[in-house]
Ligand binder design. Structure first.
Ligand code: GUN
Length: 289
């Protein structure tokens, strides 16, 4: 079997287009322009790339983008003060503090300071609890993007066997909650799971979110499974004499067994910012009542 490639890049472009259309309607009919504030502390190169892309795509969607770049040595109190001001600013509908934060800043404390109704990352415990209890929540962007790709490919997820590999707060745990909300049968596998290959082999849906390059190989998969690869790992490529990006799945061997698979890059990655824009629109609409 050769898997169908799930084109996350094209799906994300469509989603951004839909968000832009709704932003235009909101402006025309209600005079409201959604505003997204992104806070970057320090100079982590990967974070700088993300923040630049977010800024560009926010503007392209017709939204306002407020960028706050702070030096790495910014005191925690100063960052908390900025979050407080963004919470109070009516032009700001969504707030994202880019992670990781420098070591001297307590990320949990910063996330807790964000107004849950502006928490477009969905990391605040109020949103985590709302998602877990089936209330209207802002949902973390990467798992939300994975869910959209799965629904698009499979239709109803009800009763399907899903295995999430990885138990992070940002991807694994919310992914499991979203699948459960769609009535899938959900297992979370992780570094302590016994015979992880056998657990993954049961799954019609596999979500790999561990951050270990090419960990999942084709022999782990049930034939025809739908595989969503969240991993973005930079590895040395001695043949090409440079580095390249690979996922948590070994693409060639997995694509030979799976029914469908997301590539890296061009799979889940572009969905994250598109879902961030969708969350900002959701937060704006909820704020407007
Ligand atoms: N760093 C890497 N991914 C993310 C994300 O989705 N949100 C935030 N805030 N920081 C990140």
């Amino acid at each position: 079997m050769t898997a169908e490639i799930i084109d996350g890049k094209a799906f994300a472009a469509r989603l951004r287009g839909e968000v832009a259309e709704q932003v235009a309607v909101l402006k025309r009919d209600h005079g409201i322009t959604p505003g997204l504030a992104v806070v970057l502390v320090g100079e982590d190169p990967a974070s700088q790339v993300y923040v630049r892309n977010k800024h560009k795509q926010t503007l392209e969607a017709g939204m306002e983008s407020f960028e706050h770049r702070l030096p790495a040595e910014t005191p925690e109190a100063e960052l908390l003060d900025l979050v407080g001001r963004l919470n109070a600013d009516p032009a700001v509908h969504g707030i994202l503090v880019q992670l990781p934060l420098p070591d001297h800043i307590d990320a949990e404390k910063v996330i807790a300071a964000i107004d849950p109704d502006k928490d477009v990352d969905g990391f605040h415990v109020s949103n985590v609890g709302r998602l877990a209890t089936g209330q209207a929540a802002l949902v973390p962007c990467t798992p939300l993007g994975c869910l959209m790709l799965l629904r698009d490919r499979l239709g109803s997820l009800s009763g399907r066997e899903a295995v999430v590999i990885g138990r992070s707060n940002i991807v694994g745990k919310p992914m499991a909650q979203l699948l459960l909300r769609d009535s899938a049968t959900v297992t979370i596998a992780h570094s302590r799971t016994r015979d992880i290959e056998a657990v993954v082999r049961r799954a019609e849906i596999v979500i790999a979110a561990v951050g270990r390059p090419r960990m999942v190989t084709g022999d782990w998969l049930r034939p025809g499974a739908t595989v969503i690869d969240v991993g973005i790992n930079r590895i040395e490529d001695p043949e090409a004499g440079k580095t390249r990006l690979v996922g948590d799945c070994d693409f060639e061997s997995c694509a030979a067994v799976a029914g469908a698979i997301t590539p890296v890059p061009g799979g889940v990655g572009p969905m994250t910012i598109a879902c961030l824009l969708a969350n900002t629109l959701t937060a704006t609409c909820r704020a407007a009542g």
